[in-house]
Design a protein. Structure first.
Length: 255
């Protein structure tokens, strides 16, 4: 969507607060020995307290309030009573929701407890690349140039990017135009970021794979060549200068 009046910005800020606060609290709440379903139930209570509703459930009928992916799972992991979190796991939580007709989206990968499996470097790379990408966005900038920046920064660190997972426009629904904000330079994408547009910018930084494939459960995605992936995401408003990061209170960059 494009912000055209103050009431729309207010609505986006409220929806963004709901998803950002929920993500932050879920990260803080996560503990070894807990199931991903318990973690999702906790997030559901927080979102419900805001009056917000799960975006993946509303849009796709996803079987959970949030997506929780662990280790080799890249994204869209289904919360489960059978999945028990362990010390050192690479965990990704993606929280998106609708509140009073406005939609917002954010996500974060993190190491649970001690970094015994050496995932922290990948997580830090994803956070740093997201920060650099977001603060390179303003009205008139080519979407493909931001993708080129993301892939270049990933390669500098010895990583790859996932080419079939992208950021996207958001606001009045979960996925809007621009429908694809890729992590690489898509030379066929001639679109530019527009001032006042609301977009969800995401990193998909990988150790081995370049594409994500869906498992038999119909939701969970893993890498085509295995390995691990870190994802971080903020919903922003594009301006003529530094963007307005609506979900900044999730604390991803401070963590």
């Amino acid at each position: 969507m494009s912000i055209t009046k103050e009431a729309e910005l207010t609505g986006m800020k409220k929806a963004s607060e709901a998803v950002a606060y929920t993500l932050k609290k879920m990260r803080d709440y996560a503990r070894p020995g807990m199931t991903t379903k318990q973690l999702d139930d906790y997030g559901a209570k927080i979102l419900s307290g805001y009056g917000a509703r799960s975006a993946p459930y509303l849009t796709y009928g996803f079987p959970g309030w949030t997506c929780i992916s662990v280790n080799h799972e890249f994204c869209h992991g289904i919360p489960s009573d059978a999945r028990i979190l362990k010390e050192g796991d690479l965990v990704n939580i993606d929280v998106s929701a609708e509140l009073d007709g406005f939609w917002s989206d954010n996500g974060s990968s993190f190491v649970l407890g001690k970094d015994i499996n050496q995932y922290q470097q990948l997580v830090d790379a994803s956070k740093q690349i997201l920060h650099k990408a977001i603060y390179s966005i303003k009205g008139g900038v080519r979407i493909a140039d931001i993708g080129f920046l993301m892939e270049t920064e990933a390669k500098k660190r010895g990583y790859r990017v996932i080419k079939n997972l992208t950021g996207h426009g958001i606001g009045r629904s979960l996925h809007e135009e621009p429908s694809e904000i890729a992590n690489y330079k898509d030379r066929f994408n001639l679109k530019r970021f527009k001032k006042n547009a609301v977009v969800a910018i995401e990193t998909f930084i990988s150790t081995d794979s370049t594409y994500a494939e869906t498992l038999n459960d119909g939701w969970t995605m893993v890498g085509n060549k295995g390995g691990f992936m870190a994802q971080h995401e903020h919903t922003i408003v594009v301006t003529d200068g530094p963007p307005l990061v609506l979900t900044e209170m999730n604390g991803v960059w401070a963590a």
